[in-house]
Design a protein around this ligand. Structure first.
Ligand code: GMT
Length: 385
């Protein structure tokens, strides 16, 4: 198949899922055309069957705001016409599903559109009165809609009153790449005295409650010699840096900023903290689980679909720093239990969320949508060996 993938290129789960999906599909012989305003973060190095089309947004003194939505629609039309796309897969509904709808109209319907809902596009941003009618409309107009968790499917149906079938296809991880490796050098550089290592990965937005991570660590550190690695960047990072200094923990907390190579960092971690206020799935928790790192998380959104309380980690109410700290101390002071949880994490990642299984589901879904839209011309190319 020839598949266009529209996504955000930035450090965030939806862009990561879109990029990893495209790469996996390309490896199966599909031709993949990424469309975005910058090169997606994980689209590193040359890959056969993968093409990248940059959306250029014209600037003009009259425009106070960049006109991304029509520029993206025009780019979709161009790529679809000249590359003869079978499918356009939009990741994150705002504004991608809107541009996709517009492009389909211009193409007289000759494009099958699939929208994947990821999280705040539904639970936060899309609910703004300024967006809601357009969101509802563009989701309903997509030929296929998927959501990354059952939670998100339910939210979409209830919040928008959408009467359309939404298929749940969970996020995934490449478990052959995301696996625990021996990196004593990395571990030693952060924890020279054999301290335990806690890790958090996010885009440091308010919903991630990164200050809770710092406060949990402050409690843990009173009982367990430990270090905290904070990976990622975003609006709340400065506030967290201030908090770390206020709590006089600079020696034990490292802000690593955005990192692409997560495996060595996750491999030397003992525990991941994800105390989010909202989380439709929690992709970075899954990546940690694949590397045998148990997770202490809040109970929100799709997190209980991902991890099993008392088996792959522990789940507590949002903001219950006390309980999360106790859970963390329990796991960090019990090596046998932590190893058992780590093994359960890996098993769960491999059995339920491995890239190959989930990409099978996307391929089936593409075929199903192509079948039901009965596009006038089929551009399907044979898969290369
Ligand atoms: O909704 C967002 O915060 C943006 C999005 C992203 O691009 O990071 O994250 C969402 O999509 C991820 C991939 O499907 C999920 O793993 C995250 O849980 C989800 N974030 C939220 O729901 C807050």
């Amino acid at each position: 198949m020839k598949i266009g993938i529209v996504c955000y290129p930035t450090y965030g789960g939806s862009g990561v899922v879109a990029t990893e999906l495209g790469k996996a599909l390309a490896a199966r012989g599909h031709q993949i055309h990424f469309i975005s305003y910058a090169m997606p973060m994980r689209l590193d190095g040359f890959l056969g069957n993968v093409f990248y089309h940059e959306v250029e947004v014209a600037r003009y003194p009259l425009f106070e705001f960049p006109l991304y939505t029509p520029a993206l629609a025009s780019k979709i039309v161009e790529v679809s016409r000249y590359e003869k796309l079978d499918i356009l897969h939009a990741h994150y509904a705002i504004p991608h599903a809107v541009s996709a709808f517009l492009a389909k109209q211009i193409l007289h319907g000759d494009l099958t559109i699939i929208t994947t809902l990821h999280g705040t596009d539904i639970t936060l941003v899309g609910l703004e009165p300024g967006f809601l009618p357009v969101m509802k409309f563009s989701i309903e107009q997509s030929d296929g809609v998927t959501a990354v968790s059952r939670f998100l499917r339910e939210k979409t149906t209830t919040n928008y009153g959408i009467d359309k079938e939404i298929t749940v296809i969970p996020n995934f991880v490449e478990t052959s790449k995301y696996r625990r490796i021996q990196r004593d050098d990395v571990r030693k550089s952060f924890a020279p005295q054999g301290e335990k290592i806690l890790v958090h990965v996010s885009n440091f937005r308010m919903v991630k409650r990164v200050t809770d991570v710092v406060r949990i660590f402050a409690e843990v550190r009173k009982k367990v010699p430990s270090k905290l690695l904070l990976i990622g960047d975003g609006p709340d990072r400065s506030m967290c840096e201030v908090l770390v200094r206020e709590l006089n923990m600079q020696e034990d907390v490292t802000f690593l900023g955005k990192q692409i190579e997560l495996v060595p960092l996750l491999s030397c971690s003992d525990l991941m903290l994800m105390p989010s206020q909202s989380e439709s799935f929690g992709l970075s928790a899954l990546e940690a689980m694949a590397c045998e790192v148990p997770v202490i998380s809040s109970s929100v959104g799709g997190l209980p679909e991902l991890q099993v309380h008392g088996e792959t980690g522990y789940i507590a109410e949002i903001g219950d720093i006390d309980r999360m700290s106790r859970y963390a101390i329990d796991l960090l002071t019990n090596d046998g239990k932590r190893a058992m949880f780590g093994a359960a994490c890996r098993r769960r990642a491999v059995e339920h969320f491995d890239v190959e299984k989930i990409v099978d589901q996307y391929e089936d879904y593409y075929r199903q949508c192509l079948g039901s839209t009965a596009s006038p011309a089929s551009h399907t190319a044979p898969a290369s060996p």
